[in-house]
Design a protein around this ligand. Structure first.
Ligand code: J2J
Length: 536
């Protein structure tokens, strides 16, 4: 049994193998190749794991899950935060060929239901300290509602379903049964622009290549000491090169629960961190902390700061070498595949002002006009791409795929970019109906659908508004049957169960929504209205 997905056409698959991009090794090789090493792989608070220990822990968990009847080709829903168990579980599942969706810790009922509904998981791994799975009532309801669930493992729990018991259990016989390298290893999460959150099938071959190539570009080695302060499950801190890159290079990952300066600065000093990855708002907060505390001394070991996930202004970029005292690397990536990096030896102008170039020589990237035709160099248009680690279709979403890909299998990311004479990309804007709230992505349609379920709401539109710190925040425009207060809307959405970052930052009520000539909500107009209302 395997998970179905859209494959690369044979000619491209053959080319990617020929060029040595696809090596037909399972992702577990990233860890098992260091199975006999006592070097430090992972630090989580006062717990330290050597490569040997991390590998053994994932073997024991894999064996325990096999004993519970989990089989290759099945799927799992996993929700763990930045804890060692996240990697132990991910490697265990890869070893037994069970493909997980790693939900973000901020996700709530709506997102979790949407993922479980799509993959019909046999296993649920959840944290009792999460607000949704912390309550017996919602946990039991969730398990009862998903008939496919046969096994539940709970972090921060000491009962019969404790994840820690499974990880500590006697290993006994364990034969790893990863899925074949050209099959689905796990699902990444799409930032989304549609009503339901979409899943991205990632194969061992494509993901492993993206990590290996990222390591070459970012020069990760056994000396790398990486602070993972962004959500560990996210594609960026997992694979660009992220924790997987560090493990492949036999370096050390240190976990932080969040990217706040109060938490991260002491960790950087204590563990002599030399590289980390942030989103732009976290950079602003770090710079503010340095100014307030009058020193960047705790950051002395830091050599490289990666920044990506959302637009980094040139002015903020320029402050990084000057005030943090380390090199900047811009990262423009997507969970769907394509990742662009500025190179470590690029000129200062390129590092400050561009989002780099694609990491693979076989990333095919071009710019299309609104009809899908190629535009000349330098002009702004839609990003189109395909390549050895860019997916070929969202899971079980034929209709959306028909819109997201062109006839030649090029994925349209919804980003508006320009490519200069030397191939350097700058992100100029976005065409997809998404709000990028400091790197956290909100699909407008998903929230609009939820808003429409409120008894007083007749029409709803979610649009971005500028924000000094986050870059963008969200504003919900509503047509309602009766006056509603913003707190009522936010509280109601929260009760429905949606990640906090998706709650509208502002709610505006109007008589009617402006429409474009073709009858769609005119979001450009709404942004102008907001500017007018803010000025008034
Ligand atoms: C502007 N927009 C950016 C950037 C991403 C590495 C880094 C980031 C992600 C990621 C990732 C941007 N400047 N530097 O997966 O491996 C916006 C674009 C893009 C979308 C993808 C990785 N870097 N973006 O952010 O899947 O709009 O991945 O299409 O969350 O974020 O979002 P996501």
């Amino acid at each position: 049994m395997t998970v179905s997905f859209t494959r690369w056409p044979d000619d491209l698959a053959a080319r990617y193998r020929e060029k040595g991009y696809w090596t037909d090794l399972p992702l577990t090789d990233i860890l098992t190749r260091h199975a006999d090493s006592d070097a430090c792989a992972l630090i989580d608070g006062d717990r330290t794991f050597s490569y040997r220990a991390l590998n053994a822990a994932s073997d024991r968990l894999g064996a325990a899950l096999q004993r519970q009847g989990l089989k290759r080709g099945e799927t799992a829903l996993v929700q763990l935060g930045n804890v060692a168990e996240f990697y132990i579980t991910l490697f265990a599942l890869l070893k037994i060929g069970v493909a997980p969706v790693n939900a973000l810790f901020s996700h709530q009922r709506t997102e979790l239901e949407a993922y479980a509904g799509q993959i019909a998981p046999a296993l649920l791994v959840a944290d009792r300290e999460h607000s949704f799975f912390g309550s017996d009532e919602t946990l039991n309801q969730f398990v009862a509602a998903h008939a496919s669930l046969r096994v539940v493992a709970l972090h921060n729990d000491s009962g019969e379903h404790a994840l820690s018991t499974l990880i500590a259990s006697e290993q006994g016989e364990f034969v790893a049964t990863p899925t074949p390298a050209d099959e689905v290893a796990f699902f990444q999460l799409s930032g989304g622009s549609t009503g339901t959150p979409k899943l991205i099938p990632r194969t061992h071959n494509d993901y492993y290549y993206s990590i290996r190539r990222s390591n070459e570009i970012c020069q990760f080695t056994a000396e790398t000491r990486y602070l993972c302060a962004l959500p560990a499950a996210h594609n960026y801190p997992l694979s660009s090169p992220g924790a997987f890159g560090v493990f492949l290079a036999a370096g050390c990952v240190v976990l932080a629960r969040d990217p706040s300066a109060t938490l991260c600065f002491p960790l950087i000093e204590q563990h002599q961190i030399n590289v980390t990855a942030l989103v732009p708002p976290a950079v602003s907060l770090w710079l503010q902390a340095i100014q307030e505390w009058g020193s960047n001394a705790q950051l002395a070991s830091l050599r490289l700061l990666q920044v990506g996930g959302a637009r980094l202004s040139s002015s903020l970029a320029a402050r990084i070498p000057a005030e943090i005292g380390c090199q900047l690397q811009q990262v423009f990536g997507m969970a769907e595949g394509l990742v662009n990096y500025t190179r470590l030896d690029d000129s200062e102008a390129r590092i400050l002002n561009t989002q780099g170039t694609p990491m693979s020589p076989d990333d095919e990237v071009w710019v299309a006009d609104e009809h899908g035709n190629p535009l000349p160099r330098g002009e702004v248009g839609r990003l189109m791409t395909r390549g050895p680690y860019t997916f070929r279709g969202y899971y079980n979403s034929p209709e959306h795929n028909a819109r997201a890909f062109d006839a030649n299998g090029f994925y349209s990311s919804g980003d508006l970019i320009a490519i200069d004479e030397d191939g350097y990309i700058t992100v100029q804007g976005r065409e997809k109906d998404q709000i990028n709230r400091g790197g956290e992505k909100i699909a407008a349609e998903e929230i609009e659908n939820l808003l429409l379920r409120h008894e007083a709401v007749i029409h709803a539109a979610l649009v971005s508004m500028e924000d000094d710190l986050l870059g963008e925040k969200s504003c919900a425009w509503l047509v309602t049957k009766r006056p509603v207060r913003p707190v009522e809307i936010r509280r109601w959405l929260r009760e429905l169960g949606v990640a906090d970052f998706k709650l509208p930052d502002r709610v505006e009520c109007v008589e009617s929504l402006p429409l474009t000539p073709v009858g769609k909500v005119d979001k450009k107009q709404l942004r102008q209205w907001l500017a007018a209302r803010t000025q008034a």
